[in-house]
Write a protein that binds this ligand. Structure first.
Ligand code: SAM
Length: 364
């Protein structure tokens, strides 16, 4: 992945596509979509044998980044729904616009009145208490409800799960409209043996709960997949490193299907060094190879990105993050943390200590 100036400009959270490898930014799509033809046309109803069923709640998977990953069925259900319940209505509104689907509000504005499209409603963890029963009531009254999350498959590590449970309790039919899902996308290209795997969603932030998850992953022969935020990923991988998992193989998938997509392959220690070498940005999904599985690949076997992880500076960076993690998560005094990390990474304690207390170091 070239390290060009455009990287500094990137809008990580809001793009459907990219310029490289045939992708484009959401803004490009969006500019083309405003007042002109949709980017992707929904096929005419006559070519589609199925119809949406009144009184059903559809869980509709949407693209992680690349608009072309939307399915024909997702487009039809979104167009024919009475209601689209979205985690972020602004983002969902853009998606619908790109698909040429007018919302009720937009069509009323344009035509002066009339329904013309689904009503867009917000549905997120902060309004679930009111919104979930509201959506169930709408379905019971015969409306077609489509649920979308920010991206990917609703209900997987996002608010959709509560609604699915409420529908099951109320006897309201629920149908999945399968499609993109970050965990499946990352696992599918990991190359790790994955006849069985575990998915941990977002890991606990810190403390004993995080340690328990880390210990469970450390002992598990199955690959573990988890989601992580950019400001936390270095800490989480450093916690794995601090628990003795530094040589486990890992895939760190960043910005899957988007313009700045990257896949880092290497050991946990190398991944920590890679992340520490630049501020992590964008969306991350991590696949940790199963304990004892070998992981089936190595850094020379097809990394999509470059790093200095194996170099002296990379090792120093990994050791530094390791020492920080020992201080932050276990309360180990700095000198002890530096001693352990230096030993683990085969470095001289004095070198690491100098780096840790240097002008740019923030150890405690
Ligand atoms: N339900 C969605 C799914 O399973 O596809 C995921 C929802 S969860 C709230 C969002 C997390 O998924 C992000 O914080 C990130 O960890 C992961 N994710 C989403 N899009 C991604 C992408 N393009 N590349 C890598 N990870 C992504």
């Amino acid at each position: 992945m070239p390290q060009d100036a455009a990287k500094d400009e990137e809008d990580e959270g809001d793009d459907y596509g990219g310029a490289d490898r045939g992708r484009r930014d959401l803004d490009d799509y969006y500019a083309g979509a405003v007042g002109r033809s949709p980017v992707v046309a929904v096929p005419p109803p006559s070519t589609l044998p199925q119809r949406v069923a009144p009184g059903t709640v559809y869980f509709v998977a949407t693209p992680l980044g690349n608009l072309e990953d939307v399915t024909l069925r997702a487009m039809r259900v979104l167009r024919e729904a009475d209601v689209v319940a979205a985690e972020d209505t602004r983002r969902a509104g853009k998606l619908l616009q790109l698909l040429g689907i007018e919302t009720a509000a937009a069509s009323a504005r344009q035509r002066g009145s009339g329904r013309g499209g689904p009503v867009l409603l917000s549905h997120h963890e902060h309004n679930a208490k009111q919104r979930v029963p509201d959506l169930v009531r709408r379905a019971q009254a015969g409306q077609v409800v489509a649920v979308v999350s920010d991206a990917g498959t609703p209900g997987i590590a996002d608010p959709g799960a509560l609604l699915a449970a409420a529908c099951a309790t109320a006897g309201v039919p629920v149908e999945p409209v399968p499609g993109p899902c970050a965990l499946v996308a990352a696992l599918s290209v990991s190359g790790f043996p994955c006849a069985e795997f575990i998915f941990l969603g977002f890991l606990p932030r810190r403390g004993a709960a995080l340690e328990r998850k880390v210990a469970a992953m450390a002992a598990d022969p199955r690959p573990a997949i988890f989601y992580e935020a950019p400001h936390r990923i270095t800490f989480t991988l450093a916690a794995l490193l601090a628990s003795g998992q530094g040589s486990r193989r890992v895939l760190v998938a960043r910005e899957l299907t988007k313009l700045h997509e990257e896949a880092f392959r290497g050991t946990v220690a190398e991944a920590v060094a890679w992340l520490d070498s630049k501020p992590p940005r964008g969306e991350f999904t991590v696949v940790l190879a199963g304990q004892g599985s070998g992981g089936g690949n190595d850094n020379s076997g097809g990394s999509d990105t470059t790093s200095d992880a194996g170099s002296g500076s990379g090792r120093l960076a990994a050791a530094l993050v390791h020492a920080r993690a020992l201080v932050a998560s276990k309360g180990v005094p700095l000198s002890g943390a530096v001693r352990s990390a230096a030993k683990e990474h085969g470095l001289r304690k004095a070198d690491l200590y100098r780096l840790a207390v240097g002008p740019h170091a923030q150890v405690d």
